[in-house]
Design a protein around this ligand. Structure first.
Ligand code: PEP
Length: 253
């Protein structure tokens, strides 16, 4: 069991409605007691745009923070039909934002576009959950390290405040598949990412790097045994309070 701050971040994707407030309430009731005994952790729920303001008003406690899942690269207002800016997201009460998720990369978010989105969101004082990760094809061709390097260098500027960026290693082949990398591979990759960020941005302290991809209440013990992992981005399992609670409980077993 670790003594450092561990993030448990839910990515609800395109799921949830007003009734989903019960998921936050159940999570809150569990976490209210749990966090007194296990102080060093943080729960963040990145929910659809349509729910951020509703949850912000209904859920008064600040114990669980809210985040968005993407934004337009233009920071404020503009003629971008169907889009939401980082400024709008901040104003409706989100504190965090996922950027660079593979599901958005595959529908048009280029490395350069993600860089602009990160800048916009940082300017709005949002904390970024920046997703990076290789596809199965890139893994097969042994390109994992070069892909990660390109994604980090291409979307992060030296001038950005790295203390406001949580890096999320999400192998694309692991998302929603039930497949997770073996321990040895994870240690190697996390060490690489941390070293790469420190070297590239001349940073002395270690960055926060979390893992995402098919995390559940069973496999969490594998991840809990890897000290390089600073937390989790949880997709499918975060849409159920029971599954999310199992992950948190089992992490500390
Ligand atoms: C995700 O989409 O960020 C994710 C980690 O999904 P899942 O946990 O369902 O693999």
């Amino acid at each position: 069991m670790t003594n450092k701050l561990i993030y448990f971040i839910g990515n609800w994707k395109m799921f949830g409605d007003f009734g989903s407030i019960k998921i936050i309430n159940k999570l809150h009731n569990f976490y209210y007691k749990f966090s007194k005994a296990h102080k060093k952790n943080k729960i963040i729920l990145c929910v659809p745009y349509t729910l951020i303001n509703f949850f912000q008003k209904k859920y008064k406690s600040k114990l669980i923070s809210l985040g968005a899942q993407n934004c337009h690269h233009h920071q404020t207002n503009g003629p971008f039909t169907g889009s939401i800016s980082a400024s709008m997201i901040r104003k409706i009460g989100a504190k965090y934002i996922i950027l660079g998720h593979s599901e958005n990369r595959s529908s048009g978010d280029s490395i350069q576009k993600i860089k602009t989105k990160i800048k916009s969101a940082l300017d709005e004082k949002l904390i970024i959950i920046f997703c990076i990760g290789e596809t199965s094809g890139e893994k097969r061709k042994k390109r994992t390290f070069s892909v990660l390097r390109r994604q980090i260098k291409g979307s992060i500027d030296k001038k950005y405040n790295l203390n406001k960026i949580i890096f999320a290693y999400e192998p694309v082949w692991s998302i929603g598949t039930g497949n997770v990398p073996p321990k040895k591979e994870l240690i190697k990759i996390f060490n690489f990412i941390k070293k790469e960020i420190k070297k590239t941005f001349e940073r002395k302290t270690s960055p926060t790097v979390i893992y995402g991809g098919s995390v559940n209440g069973k496999n969490i013990s594998l991840f809990a045994s890897i000290s390089e992992i600073d937390g989790f981005l949880i997709g499918g399992a975060s849409q159920s309070s029971k599954k999310f609670i199992d992950i948190i409980k089992n992490y500390y077993k």
